[in-house]
Structures are given as C-alpha cells and as structure tokens.
Design a protein. Structure first.
Length: 295
C-alpha cells in the first residue's frame, strides 16, 4: 500500500485481551511502512497480548494509561501520535479489508478534517435482536449518506474514523460521547466530516435490551453534554423519534406496528435515561460501565 501521508493509529482498549490480537493483525496488514500503531490500555492482560504482536511488528507502540476512561486514553494518544493522519479505533472491533485506504483517499481534499467508516453489526441470526441490529445498521448508513451529500455530517462512528492530526489536542476527560465531541470540534473549525461506506468496521451488537439501553443512553448523554457545553443541538429525542418513525414505517409497514412500538419505546427509554444521567450529575466512572455482551 503506497501512501505519502504518515499515519498514526490510536487504538484504545480495556480488558480486550481476547480480541486485541485480531484487531492488530488486520491493522498491520493495511498500514504502510511509514506508520505507527499506538495501543493505549490500562490493564495487564490486554497489554500482554498486544506485546506478543508488537514483537512481530516494530510499528506497534504500547502505552499504559491510568485507567481513567477512554477520553483520557485518547488525550494521551493525541500527544504521542506523530502521523499527519490519525485513525481512531478500538480493541474489540475488526476493520474490513482495505478500509484504511478508503478512509485516507478523502484527505486529498484539504477541506476534509475527518472521515467516518461504516459499522457492520455482528450478531447471530438466531438472536431476537438480529432484525433490529440490521435495521440500525441500515438506518445509520442511510442517515450518514444523506448528511454527507449535504456536507452536514458531524458525528463519525467511534469504532473507526480518521482525523487530521493537530485539529484536536485534548477533549474533556468526562466526555460521554468522545466521537461526537471530536466530530463537533472538527466541524466547528470549518472542516468537512465525510462518510466512507467502503471503510467497514465489524462490531458486536449488544445481546440484551438492558445492555443496548445502557450503551445508547450513555451516547445520548454525551449529546446532552455537547448541548450544555457549547449550545450545539446535534441530536435530540424529538428529532430522533421523528426520523425513526419514518424509517420504521418504510421497513416494517403498519402491519408490524407492534415491532415499531417496541423499538420506539426502547429508544425513548434510552433518551430518558440519558436525561436522568445528566440531571443526576453522576460521576463519569459510574456512567461509563463496560458493556460485556459487546466484547
């Protein structure tokens, strides 16, 4: 793979010793020689597995973080990364073939500050949530394509996205949706945030309703933080429900209104829990609970 741009991958991980090897090997296969992979993790099992791969590839640098959450780990990465382009990803996902190449091509345009990949949810076809996962995948893909065409996209997926180094030096350590915050910062500086559907990233979907609500309410609490801090109304409960109803009717039709009601209720609960988290001002550590079924 030939590329004139130097690249730094910032891979944050916590207790992901079972998946970190696969994640690193796929990155190694796609990165040019003038690149580096920063594995930032606080726990011994993950670091131990990463070191096994690092022995095979000098591009991998292991950095131990203090275990204060992903935003703190990212801030360490922003300070340590040497590449002109930063690729942000996690230790529990697998990037698709040639995804790095597809992300990087957008940076030929100097107006582009960030590029988001496309999420492909991994879930058993026998799961009760399979149909829901695939619907979510389709809706987010459609939404990002529309926003991309209008140059209105601001929120990249945190599972895989790339940004120009230097646009972000630090984010608040208590940010509940770091990818949304980073996207907002880049967009507010006048840069474009683009979407690349060929840059696929495979992510395990929560296998229980309770885990799904915990995950989504945390993200939505992050949107509420951005509104509180900067006055930016990116996504809210009314807008999401109105868009969601249209998509649900398209997919299910009125014959399956029971499914529409069920999904709608779960999303409303996620938003209400997000408001509760913000109003209660619960500590970051209490809110950022690990979703075990996505590992």
């Amino acid at each position: 793979m030939k590329n004139k741009m130097s690249i730094s991958v910032i891979l944050t991980a916590f207790r992901e010793e079972k998946t970190i090897g696969k994640a690193l090997n796929e990155l190694r296969n796609q990165l040019p020689k003038n690149s580096e992979i920063l594995v930032i993790s606080p726990d011994d099992p993950t670091i131990s597995e990463a070191r096994k791969i690092a022995k095979l590839d000098k591009r991998i640098r292991i950095i131990r973080d203090p275990g204060k959450g992903k935003p703190t780990a990212l801030n360490i990465g922003f300070k340590k990364a040497r590449g002109k382009i930063l690729i942000l990803t996690d230790g529990d996902v697998i990037i698709g073939k040639s995804s790095i190449k597809f992300l990087l091509k957008h940076f030929e345009d100097p107006k582009v500050g960030a590029v988001s990949g496309k999420v492909i949810y991994q879930i058993s076809k026998n799961s009760l949530l399979y149909e829901w996962a695939k619907l979510s995948e389709k809706v987010f893909d459609k939404m990002r394509k529309i926003q991309d065409r209008k140059n209105e996209l601001w929120h990249p997926t945190g599972y895989l996205y790339a940004i120009r180094n230097g646009l972000i030096s630090e984010i608040p350590s208590n940010s509940l949706s770091d990818d949304a915050l980073i996207g907002y910062f880049i967009k507010s500086k006048g840069y474009l945030v683009k979407y690349e559907p060929k840059a696929k990233v495979y992510v395990k979907f929560p296998s229980s309703i309770s885990n799904f609500i915990k995950q989504k309410s945390r993200t939505r609490a992050g949107f509420l933080q951005i509104k509180r801090w900067f006055g930016f109304k990116g996504r809210n409960i009314i807008g999401e429900i109105s868009i969601g109803i249209k998509d649900l009717i398209e997919v299910y039709g009125f014959m399956k209104i029971h499914k529409m009601l069920f999904i709608g209720i779960v999303y409303i609960i996620s938003w209400l829990r997000a408001y509760w988290l913000i109003l209660r001002r619960k500590p970051f550590e209490k809110i950022w609970s690990r979703i075990e079924t996505t590992k």
